[in-house]
Design a protein around this ligand. Structure first.
Ligand SMILES: [Zn+2]
Length: 172
C-alpha cells in the first residue's frame, strides 16, 4: 500500500496484478487546470484508488478523492472553503479510437501503459464539481463575523485613501 505523498505517475499494471490499494495525497498545485479556477493552490487531494481489470480486458481506476478548495464567494467576494468528495470510475485506454468507442456513460483517459498520471484520472472530475456560482451556505456576514475585524479592514484601506488625498493636493 502506497501512502503519503503520491508520485504524479504510477505503474497501474502492478496495482492490477497485486490488487493493492493506492492511498495518499497529491498536491493541489499539480492540478494546473483546476488551479486556474481556485483562489489558493495550497493543500492536497487525498486519493484512494484501486485498479482492476474488467471482463472487457480494459483496466478501470475506481475510488475516491477528497479535498478542500478555496473559492471566492460571489456574494461577498471573501475566500471560502468548499469541502469536496468525488467518486472516481475511469477507464484507461490506449488511444483516441478506444476512447471514442467507450459507452457514452463511462469516463475514459488515454494512457501510455504501464504508467498513468494520477492528476489525469482525477482532475476532470474535480473541475466538474466546482459550483458555477460559489456562495457561502450561511449568510455571508455570519461567516465573516468571527474572523474578520472591521478595524483591520479599515486600516488596510485608509493608507490608500490618504495617498489619493496627497496626490490630489500635489496636483493642485
Ligand atoms: Zn460570502
Amino acid at each position: 500500500m502506497l501512502t503519503g505523498l503520491l508520485p504524479d505517475t504510477v505503474n497501474f499494471i502492478e496495482y492490477v496484478e497485486n490488487g493493492s490499494l493506492l492511498h495518499g495525497n497529491v498536491p493541489l498545485a499539480q492540478f494546473s487546470r483546476l488551479c486556474e479556477l481556485i483562489e489558493d493552490d495550497e493543500g492536497s487531494v487525498e486519493v484512494s484508488l484501486t485498479f482492476r481489470q474488467e471482463e472487457s480486458q480494459r483496466v478501470t481506476a475506481v475510488g475516491t478523492a477528497m479535498t478542500e478548495l478555496k473559492l471566492a464567494c460571489q456574494s461577498c467576494l471573501e475566500v471560502m472553503s468548499l469541502p469536496v468528495a468525488i467518486q472516481i470510475d475511469v477507464t484507461l485506454v490506449n488511444d483516441e479510437n478506444e476512447l471514442a468507442a467507450l459507452p457514452s456513460d463511462s469516463d475514459g483517459i488515454v494512457v501510455e501503459a504501464p504508467m498513468v498520471s494520477l492528476t489525469d484520472i482525477i482532475e476532470d472530475d474535480l473541475i466538474l464539481v466546482l459550483p458555477m456560482v460559489p456562495r457561502h451556505e450561511e449568510p455571508c456576514w455570519e461567516v465573516q463575523g468571527s474572523d474578520v475585524e472591521t478595524g483591520s479592514v479599515q486600516e488596510t484601506h485608509r493608507p490608500f485613501a490618504k495617498l489619493s488625498e496627497l496626490i490630489e493636493k500635489e496636483a493642485e
